[in-house]
Design a protein around this ligand. Sequence first.
Ligand SMILES: Nc1ncnc2c1ncn2[C@@H]1O[C@H](COP(=O)(O)OP(=O)(O)OP(=O)(O)O)[C@@H](O)[C@H]1O
Length: 555
Amino acid sequence: MQLHLRKRYKHFSRYREIANVLVRHGFGYLAQQFGLAEFTGPRREHAGSREQPSLSPAERVRLVLEELGPTFIKLGQVLSTRADLLAPEYIRELEKLQDRVPPFPFAQVRERIQMELGQPLEEIFTSFDPVPLAAASIGQVHRATLAGGQEVAVKVERPGTEKTLSTDIEILYDVARLVDRHGPWREFYRWEEMVEEFERTVREEIDFVREGRHADTFRHQFAGDPTVYFPAVHWDYTTSKVLTLEYVEGVKLNALAEPAGQGIDRRLVARRLTDALLKQILLHGFFHGDPHPGNLAALSGDRVLFMDFGIVGRLDENLQEQIGNLVLGLVRRSTPQVLRAVESLGVLPPHVDREMLHRDIDALREKYYEVPLGEISLAESMSDVMTVAFRHRIRVPAQFTLLVKTLVTLDGVAVQLDPGLSIIELARPFGRRLLARRFSPEGLQRLIVEHLEDYHHLFTHLPRRLDRVLDQAGRGEIRIKTVNPEMSRIAGRLNAMVNRLVLGILLGSLIVGSSLLVGRGYTVFWGLPLAEAGFTAGGFTALALIISILRSRRF
Ligand SMILES: Nc1ncnc2c1ncn2[C@@H]1O[C@H](COP(=O)(O)OP(=O)(O)OP(=O)(O)O)[C@@H](O)[C@H]1O
């Protein structure tokens, strides 16, 4: 297997780094399969190998990704949402991937701000805390005050992020194409497509203008809602590499340790958070894709603050409809309906064992049949569904897996705040609303208007066509013609074979017949002996037979 030559030399040192990390953690065979073996010496595998027999393969995968830096950490985090692709032990390990890194120096923050905003830091801000509030691999957040007096949180991109990302993504593409062509898993996964999807996600995440727009969208959708809050964006001080947000002080949900701590009603916060996310998912089709407790805080009056809008999920109408069916299924407690919706969401592999799939689906139905709605854990039921998808290699859309991951994260956060909370119970009114919306006069009208042209065509032509068909049926004149292109090819071949057989028999008879007539003195026209005439005819027949065989390329 050969990697693309030009790229190989352009990114030589990075390739070598990746190969060595793989080998060090006992994945030398993978380096080989990914075409990276040439970047490591054969001895290194043993000399540098840090493989610890006590660590499971999943743990070692996590260590590899952590060691390879931001792109691979992100890759691992994205993969941790793909319960349809990876076994549960890998998902659990990848979920642990930490994006905490040492902050980059304040001098670089200052330089970046001046370069991006075109003014020295001191002219824009009256105060700027050089110690970041948080530092991640893509950026770090500083607290500051604008010249106008507004308190802000400034997120600055880590220098070199773009370059490292581009190199790593080029390498990932290169390896993916190679694996698609020769790898052992090419039947099941389209690796290049997966890298494309990943690239789209991370590029979106490192573009702070997009993140700002996401924040604005949420702010707009929840304008006037006193239960949740989304910080405002200071667009004059925002570029793709610097994001300036209104600073909002709250109690992070991961710091809400005491049941009655900090005068906050944990149950109310849990309920409001769940409600807001369900609204985003089921009504707006646009949701916060990373609601972990570090990205959420409680404000006074138990208002929920959302932060970090780098990862958002979008549900197109079709997906929203299927998810709507899923929720309706949950509300009606009809597991078959839930599973039908999931089945129609996914891409079934060509050789799926349908019988086994249905057996698994039945087992799920039985598992949840007797359980009261309020006691069903959303996280558990979703992961059960994803396990079935994984077992049968059903590929589900990335947006759906992000949704599942979001719901599972929400389940964790909300249940920790209020162990008695049931997301499924809270989804019930949305289910009703969805039903009402779908079957309301406006909903039906919208449906009809959307399909008006199709219906118009159908209704204007249908009576005439129906009339003609019924008329023919009445006269017993309906003929059904089946065309099988394979059939006519086989028939053609058979014809040729029979012709050759007939020629062969004719040739045999001519030779035998003519031999019997030799020396008998029988003649045909112009005194030509009959036996010779027979042999001549045999010669021509033999020639025709040879030509026919040669033309059929079956000599
Ligand atoms: N508007 C804000 N007001 C107050 N603090 C904020 C605000 N935005 C971000 N922060 C603080 O900065 C931290 C990191 O912000 P954010 O999550 O956006 O950065 P990140 O680099 O994407 O981090 P991660 O990927 O780990 O979530 C938050 O956890 C919070 O403490």
